[in-house]
Design a protein. Structure first.
Length: 94
């Protein structure tokens, strides 16, 4: 898990974090979850459900976990999950 605060230069519409920035944060967290298990990885697909807008300059926490590993032919598919929280409430999930 990590915590951060997104600043003004990353705003989408007035006073809120751009959804693409949230997607990048989630993607990075998922990669770190894989690397913590010594898994080489790349993002093949990323599906995000935004639950609520994330205000700028608000502390957010991100937690990512590896949920499943499956071997397909000669490579391993890693399924991960990441959740962004604001004050213990889900703001986005992938």
């Amino acid at each position: 898990m990590c915590e951060t605060m997104v600043i003004c230069q990353y705003c989408g519409w007035s006073g809120f974090v751009h959804g693409g920035i949230l997607a990048s944060i989630i993607d990075g967290a998922m990669v770190h979850a894989c690397k913590s298990m010594d898994l080489a990885c790349m993002t093949a697909e990323l599906n995000i459900k935004n639950k609520k807008p994330v205000p700028l300059n608000t502390r957010i926490s991100i937690r990512a976990t590896v949920k499943d590993l499956r071997t397909v032919f000669t490579y391993t598919v890693v399924y991960t999950e990441a959740i962004i929280h604001i004050e213990n409430k889900i703001a986005a999930r992938a």
